[in-house]
Design a binder for this molecule. Structure first.
Ligand code: FAD
Length: 388
């Protein structure tokens, strides 16, 4: 269809049909917002009765270290309003194996703390409200296995490569962020305690030995109680898993895959929200503008280098062990700006791209064996994704 626009003839390439999206997580809702922004209509299918049911009100960090540009500014440019509860954090107290302590700081926020889940004020609820106001149709309680007319699949992780288990509780402690790296607390991963506005999230994020999650979680409770002096009043337990596999095809037969459904995740530490929002928006915009190739081009230009770099970092980090973590932490200069250091660590580098292409892409760890009858978070998540 040709339309007259500001005195010039232009081809209107916007999609006239409804663009369908499966999954109302950050990737799906940002895809829907981008579709509407591009002048098309969006319909999102969500298998649960509301958004955010994968989460439990736990704090998560929206990373602000991979680029010089502030992440909130980047989201504004995408048309995503940051009207969810966010608290900027520029300081983290890090504990190494054996309890050595380093306070790391940045001049600009290192990350923004937000909450996830179906409650009000969470990222998930605020994105839902924005989408509804923009005219997006969301169909809850509809699980979609196929999108025969094409669309965007943003259905979250399809395998569990790492798990996080923890507790949510109230506290009268001041806002603060603590991290601990030790294989005694979180093999291959890290433990964290995040406090904001009288709420706290304490968790261990495991990349190995998932079946002993209870042991590690109990150790983390003892560790943070001892080092930080917190008391867990009426704690609520939570857990979840993440997909750290490498992205494969981002598009297949008229379908674009975005967010964790595409394996777009931070393989080093699991900070996947930003890339879910970015990839979802790019996929939605590409379909709305009838230019699906623009999505793959966007991934290559904006996300692929970071993903490969983080995957290489994961490979090395997973081999450090307690002696390596101790060196890493204690050699860290106290006056350094951690945001700049992190940006450097995640920056796409030629040798990392080569390492990824020649070695990692062929030798990336595959999923582990399921334990019959086991009720750990990893086995439950893995069984669930095998059923879907
Ligand atoms: C415990 C935990 C802590 C985390 N902490 C952080 C953190 O601090 N910082 C960070 O950046 N990231 C963190 N992450 C990762 C981050 O939450 C994810 O990367 C992000 O939510 C991915 O968004 P998504 O939209 O791709 O998928 P999801 O958020 O999983 O959304 C997918 C949606 O699709 C729905 N769905 C699934 N199948 C279907 C279907 N067949 N039909 C219809 N709907 C379907 C699901 O119900 C869900 O609502 C954490 C993850 C976990 C588990």
């Amino acid at each position: 269809m040709r339309v007259l626009d500001r005195g010039r003839l232009k081809t209107n390439r916007t999609h006239s049909a409804v663009i369908e999206i499966s999954g109302a997580g950050p990737a799906g809702l940002s895809a829907a917002l981008a579709v509407v922004k591009a002048g098309a209509r969006a319909r999102v299918y969500e298998r649960k009765s509301d958004v955010g049911h994968r989460f439990h009100g736990d704090f998560q960090g929206l990373e602000n270290w991979t680029t010089e540009t502030d992440v909130l500014q980047e989201l504004h440019q995408l048309g995503v309003k940051t009207d969810f509860e966010v608290t900027p954090f520029s300081e983290v107290v890090c504990f190494g194996p054996g309890g050595g302590e380093r306070r790391v700081r940045s001049t600009e926020p290192l990350f923004y703390l937000l909450r996830r889940g179906p409650d009000s004020g969470t990222l998930d609820q605020c994105l839902k409200q924005q989408a509804l106001v923009a005219g997006v149709e969301i169909r809850f309680n509809e699980s979609v296995a196929r999108l025969p007319q094409g669309g965007v699949v943003t259905a979250g992780p399809h395998r569990a490569d790492a798990v996080a288990v923890g507790y949510l509780f109230g506290t009268d402690r001041a806002d603060a962020a603590y991290a601990a790296i030790s294989d005694q607390l979180a093999p291959g991963g890290y433990a964290y305690l995040l406090i904001s506005g009288g709420r706290a999230t304490l968790a261990t994020c495991l990349f190995r030995d998932f079946h002993r999650e209870r042991v590690y979680l109990q150790r983390c409770v003892e560790f943070f109680s001892d080092r930080v002096g917190i008391r867990l009043d009426a704690p609520r337990r939570f857990g979840g898993s993440g997909n750290f596999g490498l992205p494969k095809a981002l598009s297949k037969g008229g379908i674009l895959y975005a967010g964790e459904a595409a394996g777009i995740q931070d393989p080093l530490f699991g900070f996947g929200i930003r890339s879910a929002l970015l990839s979802g928006a790019a996929a939605g915009r590409a379909l709305a503008e009838r230019s699906p190739g623009a999505y793959t081009a966007f991934y290559r230009r904006r996300l692929r280098g970071y993903h490969k770099s983080a995957a290489c970092n994961r490979w090395f980090y997973g081999r450090l062990g307690d002696a390596g973590y101790r060196k890493l932490l204690m050699r860290y200069p106290a006056e350094a700006d951690i945001r700049k250091r992190m940006r450097r660590a995640y920056a796409p580098r030629r040798w990392k791209q080569l390492w990824y292409d020649l070695y990692l892409s062929r030798h990336y760890p595959s999923v582990l064996e399921l334990h019959a009858g086991c009720d750990c978070t990893w086995c439950r998540c893995q069984r669930q994704s095998n059923r879907e």
